[in-house]
Design a protein around this ligand. Sequence first.
Ligand code: NDP
Ligand code: RET
Length: 317
Amino acid sequence: MNQKVVLITGCSSGIGLALAARIAKDEKKRFMVYATMRNLSKGEALVEAAGRTLGRTLEIKQLDVCDEASIKACVDSLPERRVDILISNAGMGLIGPIECQSIDEMKTVMDTNFFGLVRLLKELLPDMKRRKRGHVVVISSVMGIQGILFNDVYAASKFAVEGFCESLAVQALRFNLNISLIEPGPVITEFERKVYEEGLKTDLSKADKVTADMFTNIYLKNYKQIFETLGQTPEDIAEHTFKIITMEDPPFRHQTNTLYTPMTTLKYADPNGDLPIDTFYKMVFEHDKVFNASLNFLKLLRWRSRKSFTLDKDKSN
Ligand SMILES: NC(=O)C1=CN([C@@H]2O[C@H](COP(=O)(O)OP(=O)(O)OC[C@H]3O[C@@H](n4cnc5c(N)ncnc54)[C@H](OP(=O)(O)O)[C@@H]3O)[C@@H](O)[C@H]2O)C=CC1
Ligand SMILES: CC1=C(/C=C/C(C)=C/C=C/C(C)=C/C=O)C(C)(C)CCC1
């Protein structure tokens, strides 16, 4: 059987975990998945999600995207070092005023989210070019095209990823290789919990009162609600990504959340760049009541659609 080899990073939780399980469970068994994580002792949840695919269409391997030697060792351990589809998913968030973040903290975000991808491609791209076969899929974010308040460094890391891939995509075409950026909006994973908890612990003493107040009473206060109303599940993102890897001619960019599209569209609608910035400003500072009412309305719609889904399921049982 001519199975495609898929290597995924960051599979201990969230999107990586859901993706690995989804691809390994392909009914037609078209893929052999190497699900990697930096710390193998965190593999229990993936073992459970993988079920009977473990040892068949899914294998777990160690890989730390910040460690070149661990990337090389992992790739060297694969049959013929072959990877047909690389899914670069490992990543981390960081929120808060930059005055309260150390340069080291910021470097860790860039090192993981941006240089992690660069390291993987330095190891895998030469082989893919030689074989003239390969698909590089990167879990970017809507923040790869549009910055969001208090996500300065995280958005910068995803912009870096997008600029890097956009530049590389032209060269890739010459070798028959594809690159695809998956751009989710908020997704309910460990990422959301970790970022929020770290955000709550931020030492705001280095920030002025207006900034500290904006972070605590606007950003953190609305954070949970944004994820509850707009948030997708990791399984949603896995399904979108699965479609992309099975396409004959995959797109370069793919946004997963239609509820978020109106915001990113503003970016493309105004070459001056003021439209999205003014809109975010008005939404946060001038129309906060409308903003909150819209979120509550979305929450109600979601609750109703979940309820009718449960009722439909009950009826069919
Ligand atoms: N959740 C969201 O709202 C969104 C997330 N994304 C992106 O999705 C991707 C996955 O995040 P998500 O599933 O949400 O979050 P999770 O925190 O659940 O997963 C992140 C994964 O990355 C791993 N990781 C972190 N650093 C490294 C490293 N140095 N080497 C290898 N693995 C590492 C983590 O491992 P460990 O358990 O060891 O820390 C974990 O497995 C990220 O790139 C993120 O930026 C994009 C849009 C929205
Ligand atoms: C909380 C909050 C906002 C939005 C936050 C969003 C949309 C976060 C998205 C996070 C993502 C996509 C992370 C991963 O890539 C607004 C609208 C600025 C208003 C102020 C409060």
